[in-house]
Write a protein that binds this ligand. Structure first.
Ligand code: HEM
Length: 202
């Protein structure tokens, strides 16, 4: 199974291939917008898949330990870095889209953009503090607060478009919505289990 930096390498290769395929597709020279939008969706979905594994890893290992759950825990830092890379391409594709028609893009900005930018800021801080030196400098407690806030902000940023579409009855959006809420339920179940163990031992 792929591990650590090999995971990041494969994610980088998939992102490079997707970027080349969507941006150099026939007709992309005349109208690049569909290709850029496809790249935005691809990077959002790749990021979501990686995020779900990272978000679920420790609770999954606690509640149903297995080889895949151990793999997820051991590789979650690199899976997170691969997700950040995918989000970097998401941001680059958004800038390309904005550049096609800046006035139209500005009109489409709203509260969701503030949420997206906050998530990007937290994600950058999480990436920097994924390495030993900055982690030591930050301290264990602050590291936990930052990474926990970042993970929940990421979950909300993913839930926003899919939750809205699910509420409007857009069929396929229900799958990511259920997966995101399912992982949240898994984390709650793992936390309840741990609270019971602490109560029993005290
Ligand atoms: C200010 C920052 C952001 C902007 C302006 C932005 C913009 C967009 C746009 C324009 C789309 C629609 C593409 C299309 O269908 O044509 C999109 C889709 C999406 N974005 Fe972002 N985004 C931002 C940040 C983020 C972040 C931080 C995340 C998650 C961590 C995210 C997750 C998504 C998801 C889940 C979709 C839906 C993809 C699908 O259709 O399956 N976005 N974004």
């Amino acid at each position: 199974m792929l591990r650590r930096w090999a995971l990041v390498g494969w994610a980088a290769a998939a992102l490079a291939a997707a970027s080349a395929l969507t941006l150099a597709a026939p007709g992309a020279g005349d109208d690049p917008e569909p290709g850029i939008r496809a790249l935005i969706r691809f990077t959002a979905r790749l990021s979501l898949g990686l995020f779900l594994v990272v978000f679920a890893a420790s609770s999954w290992q606690k509640l149903a330990p297995s080889r895949p759950s151990r793999w997820a825990v051991q590789n979650r830092r690199h899976l997170g870095l691969a997700m950040a890379l995918s989000q970097l391409v998401h941001a680059m594709a958004i800038l390309m889209l904005a550049n096609l028609d800046p006035a139209r893009f500005r009109r489409g900005l709203g509260l969701g953009t503030v949420g997206g930018l906050t998530t990007y800021l937290l994600m950058m801080l999480m990436v920097v503090t994924s390495f030993d030196g900055p982690t030591r400098w930050l301290g264990r407690k602050r590291w936990r607060i930052l990474h926990s806030a970042g993970m929940y902000m990421l979950a909300l940023t993913f839930l926003d478009p899919y939750g809205v579409r699910t509420a409007r009855g857009v069929g396929l959006a229900v799958l990511p919505t259920v997966l995101l809420l399912g992982v949240r339920a898994l984390r709650l179940a793992a936390r309840r289990g741990r609270a019971k163990v602490i109560a029993r031992s005290s």
